[in-house]
Design a protein around this ligand. Sequence first.
Ligand code: ACO
Ligand code: OAA
Length: 463
Amino acid sequence: MFNRSVFVAKPLARQIALAGQRRLASTKTIKEALDEIVPAKRAQLQALKAEHSQAVLGDVKVEHLIGGMRGLKSMLWDASVLDPNEGIRFHGLSIPECQSQLTAAPGGKEIIAESMLWLLLTGKVPTEAETRQLSQELAERGQLPKHVEKLLDELPTTLHPMTQLGMGVAALNHDSAFQAAYERGIKKTEYWTYALEDSLDLIAKLPAIAARIYRNAYRPGTPLADINKDLDLVGNYVNMLGFGDNHSLTEYLRLYIALHGDHEGGNASAHTAHLIGSTLADPFLAYAGALYALAGPLHGLANQEVLRWQLNMRKELGDNLTHDHIKEFLWKTLKSGQVVPGYGHGVLRKSDPRFTALLQFCDTRPELLADPVIQMVKKTYEVAPAVLKEHGKTKNPYPNVDAASGCVLYHYGLKEFKYYTVIFGVSRALGALTQIVWARALGLPIERPKSLSMDAIEKLVKQ
Ligand SMILES: CC(=O)SCCNC(=O)CCNC(=O)[C@H](O)C(C)(C)COP(=O)(O)OP(=O)(O)OC[C@H]1O[C@@H](n2cnc3c(N)ncnc32)[C@H](O)[C@@H]1OP(=O)(O)O
Ligand SMILES: O=C([O-])CC(=O)C(=O)O
């Protein structure tokens, strides 16, 4: 057992060195780490069921049925919680806490996807050795099967990249360990191990699918880099996209992909994965469905729409945009009945801390601060909340993550903004698949809420 008195007696520098050695030394696979946690979580759920099944957590109102279930507490989701004013916390850790505690790539500063995935799956901050071990495991699983490469290469390059991504992901179910095990007939208690196997495979292969789509559509005929077993997931992704020599973009994408990983359970993409997974469709099919929810302009596609909106504004009003120009364009958008992309949110009621973290990344790099697109994002932020407040409709006049996410990509030459949601899709797998693994580990049932007709609502209301 850990002996506190011995530890405290050593000088601070020595303590830090020893703690560092311990962190580095502790190496477990993600499966071994989960094996240790699953029994306790199952026991916690059993106790909740046994002792509190009938406890009331809130009312169901008519507004929930006709208002997109906003605010209705109706899903179990452990990995992250969204506070309307504070934003997201991953297993209790805020974004700045994650930035200071989660492992970066060698030579980098930003959180890497593996570190975030470990936190989401286990609720624990991984040691550096655990993170590196997971990077290696993902790199070893990263190669695509030939039939998926062929499928992607034969799709029209004009097909939206998100449609292609969903198709590539669904086709991976050809080799689903979960589906094969289900057909063989395994015990329910074993489901999660096969769901984990498929989930790790899918997360590992997403960069190769996403990069192939980019290459086919925008850089035809150029070679795709091989997976480097010594690199992290996003390092390999950026290499395959053809931007591997750009350290700043690589670091940005590491941060981007870690931060977009999970946003509690009710967002449309994560919820879709959860719903499909609850039918015991395998993780590939569940996540393919999630990607098509992400591809809607009110959700993930907003990050492409933000760039399109900004470039239209520049085309119409010129390069030297003033605050008044932006106000004018905001009102034009609102008066034509469209939404301002990148603003508003289903839950948040303040500026999204993911937006803040991405802008802080820009603040440390003079070349980004000097870029007109990034300046436009900042200037829009200076005027849009007041315009949206005056317009008076949206409950949240502040920016969400999509208001900033595309600008750095654009600066570094990844300008094909129809591709941007694909990057979001590589990221959201971290949280959505975490939930699928846990839903199978906890034996959660098929999701099937009750629906009511308008007549039935009226009848119930009158009673
Ligand atoms: C990663 C993400 O998914 S973050 C969200 C990305 N999406 C966007 O940025 C698109 C723009 N934003 C929106 O459309 C919305 O704010 C959503 C979809 C994010 C949230 O929707 P809701 O929870 O229904 O928002 P809210 O309750 O504030 O909506 C009330 C009214 O304000 C409008 N509204 C909300 N946001 C905006 C906006 N950015 N611009 C103009 N009007 C807006 C709604 O369309 C709605 O109008 P209606 O009464 O005519 O139907
Ligand atoms: O939480 C939501 O509804 C949308 C969102 O920001 C996300 O999915 O990242």
